[in-house]
Design a protein around this ligand. Structure first.
Ligand SMILES: [Zn+2]
Length: 321
């Protein structure tokens, strides 16, 4: 059994100074691509599903696809993480099907849009922590709000940079295992009007005040090459930019341990399918283009695993215990 609590993976990463990507998945091919990359690079991995993903998959399909990933990859430490849980009801569903880690995002109200108060955030986070910890499941909280729109157009649309002292209080008040902070990254493909930036001063202050792993959301790089590929084959995705790998590597050095990647995966799959169908107009077997997209996505994720320093760290764990 290679399922590991996310906390273990991230504590190890924090100790050794590397980052672990958390890759959002929405179908079987994406799960397979993540696992192919983890196997190729011998990396610990976090597979994460948003509430939109769980709705799309159907819980039972997700449960057994993840089970398959675990059985097929006995040597790779895998954490299954719920991204942006917004209610106790959803968290309970996730725990029921074996998630080893959940995020409760109390920075927004249950509608997933309205910015909440500190008191609300503490209350809802603490109740999830108490229950999840009794099952050995790790919990991610969020303090400060990320801008941009994520799955199902959720998100507040504005950025409130995390206050370092508030981050410290939040960790003490809730007992979360790792903490998502807002330091300039943003959800979705349309991240920045100008140049991407991370508020390293704030990151440094937060790092010095808390002793649990830090999480960076909205960390896709949205490279020009990827956008070029999408648009070359008929796409119309314009005005996008993301977080360059070099900035993410610096953030890892400054103490970020979990890096959430969703948009890059979406773009890679779309670019690959567009390209394949344009170049092979006679083909109509979904295995051809979905298989090609799976390989392209797996290569992209493997390159991130190398860039984040996860390469070879699957062996940090004794799997099967
Ligand atoms: Zn997020």
């Amino acid at each position: 059994m290679a399922l590991v609590p996310c906390k273990e993976i991230l504590n190890e990463a924090m100790k050794k100074g590397y980052g672990v990507g958390a890759y959002n998945v929405n179908n079987m091919e994406q799960i397979q691509a993540v696992m192919m990359a983890a196997k190729m690079t011998q990396s610990p991995v976090i597979i994460q599903a948003s509430r939109g993903a769980l709705k799309y998959f159907d819980l039972t399909y997700f449960k057994y696809l993840v089970k398959a990933a675990v059985i097929e990859n006995p040597d790779i430490p895998i954490a299954i993480h719920l991204d942006h849980g917004n209610s106790l009801e959803l968290i309970l569903k996730a725990l029921n099907i074996g998630f080893t880690s959940v995020m409760i995002d109390g920075s927004l109200m249950e509608d997933g849009k309205t910015v909440s108060t500190y008191e609300y955030n503490v209350k809802v986070t603490r109740s999830v922590v108490e229950y999840a910890h009794s099952l050995g499941v790790s919990v991610e909280g969020e303090i400060g709000t990320l801008g941009g729109l994520e799955d199902n157009n959720m998100g507040s649309g504005s950025i409130y940079i995390t206050d370092p002292q508030e981050a410290k209080n939040f960790v003490n008040d809730t007992n979360v295992d790792f903490l998502a902070i807002a330091i300039g990254t943003s959800h979705g493909a349309y991240k920045f009007k100008n140049v991407a930036n991370i508020d390293f001063n704030t990151l440094k202050k937060i790092r010095s005040l808390i002793d649990i792993p830090i999480v960076l959301h909205g960390a896709s790089s949205i490279s020009k090459d990827l956008i070029y590929e999408v648009n070359k084959y008929g796409g119309k995705v314009f005005g996008t930019s993301g977080m360059p790998i070099s900035l993410l590597q610096k953030a890892i050095k400054f103490g970020v341990s979990k890096i959430n990647i969703d948009t890059d995966g979406r773009l890679a799959v779309t670019a690959a399918i567009r390209k394949f169908l344009i170049e092979n107009p006679e083909k109509f077997d979904p295995r051809d283009y979905l298989g090609y997209a799976r390989t392209v996505l797996s290569d992209l994720i493997a390159s991130k695993m190398k860039a984040f320093g996860t390469l070879g760290h699957a062996n940090d764990y004794v799997v099967g215990k």
